[in-house]
Design a protein around this ligand. Structure first.
Ligand code: GTP
Ligand code: MG
Length: 530
C-alpha cells in the first residue's frame, strides 16, 4: 500500500479536507468514572466536539483503542494523530528527534488513562467512493484489569468503546488467547439478537492488534500473518465445546470486517527507559514500518463509517447513541444484551427525531428566523404545515428498531416539540409587525386619530371641489365654507398669530444692535453699557 494520501483529484483512496491543520486540538474527557464506580457522560464536552462546525451533521468514523492497561494504547493513538494532523503526507510519521505527543502516555507500571477521552478536533476526510466528507474522531480508553477498577468498570469501558466506534482496535500483547475472545461474548450475544431484529450486521470493524509479536518466523508481521493466526484461532472442530464454536461463528457474523495485525516489538528503550519521550530514533525500525502501515490501513482504501441498523450515522445521531448507551450501563450490573438492544432501539428513534427536528428548525429559520422580515400569519401557517410534513417524512425515512409502538411514541414527541417551536415562531413573527405591535399599545389610538382626520379632510375637500365645480348642493358648499371659517378663526388663526409673535420675539432677542463703530455688540452688551 502506498504511504501517500492523494489529493482530492485522485480517485483511488480516501483524501483529506483542507480544514485539517497541523498540531490542533487536545484530549477531552467525555466519560468519567466516579469514585463509586459510576459512569458519567460529560455531555457538554462531547457536544463541543460533535457540534464543531467542521463536523456538524456529517457522517462519522470513530476509531477507538481498548484493552488491558499499560500496553501502549495512548502511544499508538498518537501515531493516528500524526497521520491525521499532517494530512497523511508521505513524511507524516515525523522527524527522528520529535517527541510523540497528543493523548497522554507514559512509562511505568501504574495506570494512566482513566475513563474515555476523545480528541477535541474532528478530522475531515473525503471518502473514496462518494467523495462525501466524513468526520473522523479518535477515542482513547481506560485500560482494563488495573487494581483500582472493578470487573464491571473494565467491561463497561470496553463495551462502550466497542458499541460507539466503527473501527475498534482491540489492543493485546504477545498472543491471541482464548480469554481475549471470551471478553467479546457479550457482544456476540448482543449481535445475535440485533441481527435477528434488523438483519443488519451490528458492528463494522474489529481488529485484534497483537503488540510485541515475537514469532514472525511462524506468522509474519502485519495483516497477512495476522489473518493466518486468526484463522488458526478461529478453527472449529467436532471435539470443541459448543460454546466455543458458537462464539467464533457469531463473532464473524457480528462484524463487517474482523481481522488481526501482528506488530513488532518497539525495542527496549521504549519500554524500559524512563527518559524515552517518544522520539522515533529510539524506536526500532520494524515497529516504525509496521505502525505506519497499520495507521494508514485504517483509512484506506476507504473510510469505515459508523453504521447502526444498517444506516450510516451523523454526529447529531452519535450524541443520542452515546447518551443511550451510558444510561444502559449506569446500573450496578452489566446490562443484558436485550437491554443493550433496547437502548439501541431507543437511541435509533431519538436520533430519527433529532434529525427531523433539526430539519424543521433549519427550514423554519430560513423562512421566519430572526433576520427574516415579517410574514403574514396565513403564510406562516402554510409554511409550517409544509415544513412539518417534510420533517415527518425525514423521521419516517430512518429505518426504525423496536417496532411500531416505540416509533409512534417518538413521533408524538416530535409533533409536540414542533408545536412548541411553532408557537415561538408565531410570537417572534408577531413582534416584527409594527402595526400589530401598535394595536397592543397606546400607538393604536394615535394611528386611528390620524387616519380619521386624514380621511375626513379628504372627503370634505372632495365634496367642496364638486360643489364649486358643478354648482349643485350649494348649501353643502356653504356648510363646508362655514366650517372652514370657524376652524380658521377659532383654531388655526389664533395658533398662527401666537406662533408669529413667538417667532418675532425670539428673533428680536437674538438680533445684533448697532452699538459703536464696530457695530458688533449684541443686545445684552448694550444693556450692560447703559
Ligand atoms: N512493550 C511495548 N511497549 C510499548 C509499546 N508501545 C508503547 N509502549 C510503551 O508502553 C508504555 C505505556 O504506554 P501508554 O500508551 O501510556 O499505555 P496505555 O495502554 O495507554 O496505558 P493505560 O493508559 O495505563 O491503560 C509506554 O512506556 C510506552 O513507551 C509496544 O508496542 N510494546
Ligand atoms: Mg493510556
Amino acid at each position: 500500500m502506498s504511504g501517500r494520501i492523494p489529493t482530492t483529484e485522485d480517485t483511488m483512496n480516501t483524501s483529506f479536507s483542507s480544514s485539517n491543520t497541523p498540531s490542533m486540538g487536545h484530549p477531552i474527557q467525555i466519560i468519567d468514572i466516579t469514585e463509586d464506580h459510576r459512569f458519567k457522560l460529560n455531555e457538554e464536552n462531547l457536544q463541543s466536539i460533535l457540534n464543531n462546525p467542521k463536523a456538524k451533521l456529517k457522517k462519522v468514523s470513530i476509531v477507538s483503542v481498548a484493552g488491558a492497561f499499560r500496553k501502549g494504547k495512548s502511544f499508538l493513538l498518537d501515531f493516528f494523530l500524526r497521520f491525521l494532523t499532517r494530512n497523511g503526507r508521505d513524511d507524516w510519521i515525523g522527524a527522528e528527534d520529535e517527541p510523540l505527543t497528543g493523548f497522554h502516555w507514559k512509562g511505568g507500571s501504574e495506570r494512566d488513562t482513566t475513563g474515555i477521552l476523545m480528541w477535541s478536533e474532528p478530522f475531515i476526510l473525503r471518502r473514496n467512493d462518494t467523495k462525501e466528507e466524513i468526520a473522523v474522531l479518535l477515542m482513547d480508553t481506560q485500560g482494563a484489569f488495573d487494581s483500582q477498577s472493578t470487573v464491571k468498570d473494565c467491561a463497561t469501558v470496553f463495551a462502550l468503546s466497542l458499541m460507539i466506534s466503527s473501527i475498534h482496535v482491540y489492543n493485546i500483547t504477545q498472543n491471541l488467547q482464548e480469554d481475549d475472545l471470551q471478553h467479546l461474548h457479550l457482544f456476540t450475544e448482543y449481535g445475535k439478537i440485533a441481527l435477528e431484529d434488523s438483519h443488519e450486521t451490528p458492528f463494522q470493524r474489529l481488529t485484534f492488534l497483537i503488540r510485541d509479536w515475537s514469532f514472525p518466523y511462524e506468522y509474519k508481521y502485519g495483516y497477512e500473518g495476522g489473518q493466518s493466526l486468526l484463522d488458526k484461532r478461529f478453527e472449529t472442530n467436532a471435539k470443541q465445546h459448543q460454546e466455543l464454536k458458537d462464539l467464533r461463528i457469531n463473532l464473524k457474523k457480528c462484524f463487517n470486517t474482523l481481522n488481526c495485525y501482528l506488530m513488532p516489538h518497539p525495542g527496549l528503550r521504549v519500554c524500559t527507559s524512563p527518559e524515552f519521550d517518544g522520539k522515533l530514533r529510539d524506536i526500532e525500525q520494524d515497529f516504525k514500518t509496521y505502525v505506519k502501515k497499520f495507521v494508514e490501513a485504517q483509512f484506506q482504501p476507504n473510510l469505515t463509517v459508523k453504521q447502526i441498523n444498517g444506516r450510516e450515522i451523523t454526529t447529531l445521531e452519535l450524541f443520542e447513541y452515546f447518551k443511550a448507551y451510558c444510561r444502559v450501563f449506569e446500573a450496578d450490573e452489566l446490562p443484558e444484551p436485550k437491554s443493550m438492544l433496547m437502548a439501541t432501539a431507543e437511541a435509533n428513534n431519538l436520533a430519527a427525531k433529532a434529525i427531523a427536528k433539526e430539519f424543521y428548525m433549519h427550514a423554519m429559520e430560513q423562512h421566519c428566523g430572526g433576520d427574516r422580515p415579517y410574514m403574514h400569519p396565513h403564510h406562516l401557517q402554510a409554511t409550517n404545515l409544509q415544513v412539518r410534513e417534510e420533517s415527518i417524512k425525514k423521521f419516517d425515512s430512518v429505518p426504525k428498531m423496536g417496532g411500531e409502538s416505540l416509533s409512534k411514541k417518538y413521533l408524538d414527541e416530535l409533533n409536540y416539540e414542533m408545536d412548541e417551536l411553532y408557537d415561538n415562531y408565531v410570537k417572534h413573527n408577531d413582534s416584527k409587525n409594527i402595526f400589530a405591535f401598535s394595536q397592543w399599545f397606546w400607538l393604536g389610538s394615535f394611528s386611528f386619530l390620524f387616519n380619521f382626520i386624514f380621511w375626513t379632510c379628504f372627503f370634505l375637500l372632495g365634496a367642496w371641489i364638486y360643489v364649486k365645480y358643478s354648482g349643485e348642493y350649494k348649501e353643502i358648499g356653504e356648510y363646508i365654507d362655514g366650517l372652514a371659517d370657524i376652524l380658521w378663526r377659532r383654531i388655526y388663526q389664533p395658533l398662527y398669530e401666537q406662533f408669529i409673535q413667538h417667532a418675532i420675539r425670539a428673533m428680536l432677542s437674538y438680533a445684533p444692535i448697532q452699538d459703536g463703530p464696530s457695530g458688533t455688540a449684541g443686545r445684552g452688551d448694550a444693556k450692560k453699557k447703559n
